[in-house]
Design a protein around this ligand. Structure first.
Ligand code: PHE
Length: 329
């Protein structure tokens, strides 16, 4: 009996060792320690053995049972930890396509800005960039707005340092920066972000985009200006039925100055940009000889053009990153 028990023990231990899943372990348990298990049978038969045999076999059989139970429990918890770390089905299908990152598109303001750039580029204008942080010199003094001139109030804005550095409220300072370094004849467009201390409502925001235009030559006139903006509006609104009109207005850096209105077929007149003939004091500030040159300048809001073109009634939609709005472009 001793030999049989030792052999049985060895068989069971080998099987446990080979088992590689919980199901097999349960089967082993049932086969040997279950109600009709082989070891259970031995344990049950002990009570009928002669006394000497009973003591010896009883002791051994119980030892074997205890040892097997311990080994089974250890193996079970080992298999449990392994299986909890494995995915349900360990399968990798290398032909399944990867997760697609949704592709965005350009912001409506960028789209309109690029369209403006393209139209003017085709008419010989160069596109330039300017600093968003300006000095009071370029933003005011060189634009014929001396200190204490009431016109400073119009652009009184976000000062950064001692009334000398500010977030630009208009792109006009780039007229000066460009003319300082370049001689006429010249044609430029300067798109860019501007900032104003405006209260925010459906047509105003503290940030917006403008594009500045400047054309200087020996005999550039208001007639040239009118022809060029009219051509621009026709192309921008994709319509030949466009009328423009100039109304007198005041900007310190132009003389005369005007407000440009546009009328599209079936619509009312809309005020779209400020403009004028470059003021002699601006030419003086950049060192041009007044007798040699004349030209026009203009500035228009990109949001405003986008709002008219796409019939958008609230400027704040451009900046609040609502995908339902942005996806329409
Ligand atoms: N800079 C002016 C504004 O922001 C617009 C303008 C530009 C007017 C150029 C005349 C000439 O209001």
């Amino acid at each position: 009996m001793t030999q049989f028990l030792n052999k049985l023990k060895q068989d069971i231990l080998n099987k446990i060792k080979d088992a590689n899943n919980l199901k097999t372990i349960d089967e082993i348990y049932r086969a040997y320690l279950g109600r009709k298990g082989e070891l259970t049978k031995v344990l049950r038969s002990i009570k009928d053995m002669p006394e000497k045999e009973r003591i010896k076999t009883g002791k051994l059989a119980n030892q074997v049972k205890k040892e097997i139970e311990e080994v089974i429990n250890a193996k079970k918890s080992k298999l449990q930890t392994i299986s909890s770390q494995l995915p349900d089905k360990e399968q990798i299908d290398v032909t399944i396509p990867g997760l697609k990152v949704p592709r965005g598109h350009l912001h409506p303001i960028t789209l309109v800005q690029r369209e403006v750039e393209e139209i003017f580029q085709s008419m010989g204008f160069s596109i330039l960039d300017g600093p968003e942080v300006e000095t009071a010199h370029y933003h005011f003094d060189a634009l014929n707005i001396p200190k204490d001139h009431p016109a400073r109030d119009v652009w009184d804005t976000f000062w950064l340092k001692d009334f000398d550095l500010l977030l630009r409220a208009q792109t006009s300072p780039m007229q000066v920066r460009y003319m300082e370094k370049n001689n006429p004849p010249l044609r430029i467009i300067v798109p860019g972000r501007c900032f104003r201390r405006d209260a925010t409502d459906s047509t105003h925001d503290f940030q917006f985009h403008q594009f500045e235009g400047l054309m200087v030559g020996e005999d550039i006139s208001t007639a040239n200006f009118k022809a060029i903006v009219e051509e621009f509006f026709k192309r921008f609104f994709s319509s030949s039925d466009i009328q423009t009109r100039l109304r007198p207005s005041y900007f310190p850096f132009v003389e005369p100055g005007f407000e440009v209105d546009v009328k599209r077929k079936g619509n009312d007149w809309l005020e779209i940009m400020g403009a004028g003939m470059v003021h002699p004091n601006v030419f003086k500030a950049v060192g041009y000889n007044l007798k040699d040159w004349q030209g026009f300048a203009f500035g228009a809001g990109i949001e405003r053009l986008a709002m008219i073109k796409y019939q958008i009634d609230d400027i704040r939609l451009f900046f609040n990153s609502d995908l339902r709005f942005l996806k329409q472009f």
